[in-house]
Design a protein around this ligand. Structure first.
Ligand SMILES: Cc1cc2nc3c(=O)[nH]c(=O)nc-3n(C[C@H](O)[C@H](O)[C@H](O)COP(=O)(O)O)c2cc1C
Length: 434
């Protein structure tokens, strides 16, 4: 059986599945139950500075986007950091860590952007025995307006400065949690590294309005007739998160900086994908909030089975393996030619491929009177839209035109060698370089 143990920043956990900082990790009761269910670690719901407790709204705090089967695809929230007293959280964390020494327990922190505030809270967190801290520079609502959360995460200089304070006043690992509400994720990641961060985690939630109540004419969730932007998460954000993880993993300036992957992870496969793109472990929030703590069982079983099938004995065998295959467009092989193939045995004759191709793309699929759909190789540019809109899995596939054969669309023999845009004859820059 594959060994799921992960060692992230020297913090060992029995599996790579941690719960992200959010309601599932808001209190001792939850975290104990999560550990009993098998989660490898938790990032405690973000702690704030000592003082009057944070005040949350008392109306609905979530909005949602659903798939056709009402499966939750995206979740929007306007919740703040923990609204429980700091002392209560610290006591609970200490008790839980003492009882579960083999699990990772990370304290998420968000306090005002001044040295005194960080200096004050860090020794208190250290006393709990937590394995490390995560700096919440990500939450996009409520706290950002007070100069915290994403208001810090959007300014690389602040990230670097606060990270430096934390490294100065705290001697265990410091993880910087990044906001995706920024143009180029590499900048805050570089700032975190420059400040001495041991790792980055991403993504926090994305600014969003999920829906508008057309009777009240207000965004949802609606609080007494008004709404505000929230933070978007869940399966819908996974592609955005994975791109950001990959961008950091392949950036020479942050290459090797450990990454904790977050965003829409619901299955073992999602986790494996994040890890292949360079995440040393993963964090989960929405999936646990949707399906309960026990989903971790399926995540562990699935990952372990897949690793066995692939011959990976430990997670480090495949972490980052996909990173060298993430490249820029200009380096893609333009001599790799494919054509769509429709399996007539699997086709249910719905005609979606035909409608999509005929109306919006390349007119490369014909429909006969008895609804037989066929690809015309001389028109097919291999865009993949027919594959994407076909409701039957694997009914339409892309088949490579072997080098040496003629591409019916261009009438040219397909070259055997790799050829990308940087050297392409139509590229004026390539000519200039000659
Ligand atoms: C209701 C809710 C509250 C959250 N609170 C926090 C928080 O206090 N601190 C934090 O760093 N992230 C918070 N997050 C963000 C999550 O930790 C996570 O980054 C995000 O939800 C993406 O992961 P997911 O797609 O698995 O949900 C919260 C998310 C939700 C849904």
């Amino acid at each position: 059986m594959a060994d799921l143990t992960t060692n992230f920043l020297g913090i060992s956990s029995p599996n790579p599945f941690w719960l992200a900082s959010a309601p599932p990790t808001d209190k001792e009761y939850n975290v104990r139950r999560a550990f009993e269910a098998g989660w490898g670690g938790v990032v405690w719901k973000t702690l704030g500075a000592e003082g009057p407790p944070v005040v949350n709204v008392n109306g609905p705090r979530y909005g949602a986007i659903y798939g056709a089967d009402r499966r939750l695809l995206g979740l929007n929230n306007i919740e703040l950091i923990t609204d429980r007293p700091l002392e209560t959280n610290l006591e609970e964390m200490a008790r839980v860590k003492a009882d579960y020494p083999d699990r990772a327990l990370i304290a998420s922190i968000m306090v005002p952007c001044d040295e005194a505030s960080w200096k004050a809270i860090l020794p208190r967190v250290a006393e709990t025995g937590a394995d490390g801290i995560e700096l919440n520079f990500g939450c996009p609502h409520g706290m950002a307006e007070r100069g915290m959360g994403s208001a810090v995460g959007q300014v690389p200089e602040y990230i670097e400065m606060v990270t430096r304070w934390c490294k100065q006043y705290y001697d265990k690992p410091v993880i910087v949690k990044l906001t995706p509400n920024i143009t180029d994720i590499r900048m805050p990641a570089e700032a975190a590294k420059n400040g001495g961060a041991d790792a980055v985690s991403l993504i926090n939630t994305i600014n969003s309005i999920t829906s508008v109540d057309l009777d009240m004419m207000a965004p949802q969730p609606t609080i007494d007739g008004k709404g505000t932007h929230g933070g978007y998460c869940g399966p819908a954000v996974k592609p955005i998160a994975m791109n950001m993880v990959a961008e950091i993993a392949r950036n020479p300036a942050t290459h090797g900086l450990p990454i904790s992957g977050i965003g829409g992870i619901t299955t073992w496969r999602d986790a494996a994908e994040f890890m292949a793109l360079g995440a040393g472990n993963v964090q989960v929030c929405t999936a646990a909030m949707t399906y309960g703590f026990k989903i971790v069982e399926e995540m562990k079983r699935g990952l372990s089975q897949w690793m066995d099938d692939k011959g990976y004995t430990k997670t480090s065998d495949f972490i980052g393996m996909a990173v060298p295959n993430v490249t820029d467009w200009q380096y893609l092989n333009l001599n790799y030619i494919t054509k769509a193939r429709i399996s007539q045995d699997d086709c249910i004759k719905c005609g979606r491929c035909f409608a999509a191709c005929e109306d919006t793309s390349h007119q490369a699929i014909t429909m006969s009177e008895d609804r037989v759909f066929e690809v015309q190789d001389d028109e097919c540019v291999a865009c993949n839209l027919c594959v994407d809109v076909c409701p039957v899995d694997n009914c339409i596939t892309m088949e490579r035109v072997a080098p040496g054969e003629v591409d019916q669309r261009t009438g040219q023999v397909v070259p055997a060698e790799y050829g990308n845009w940087t050297t392409h004859p139509n590229n004026p820059m390539a000519k200039a370089a000659e």
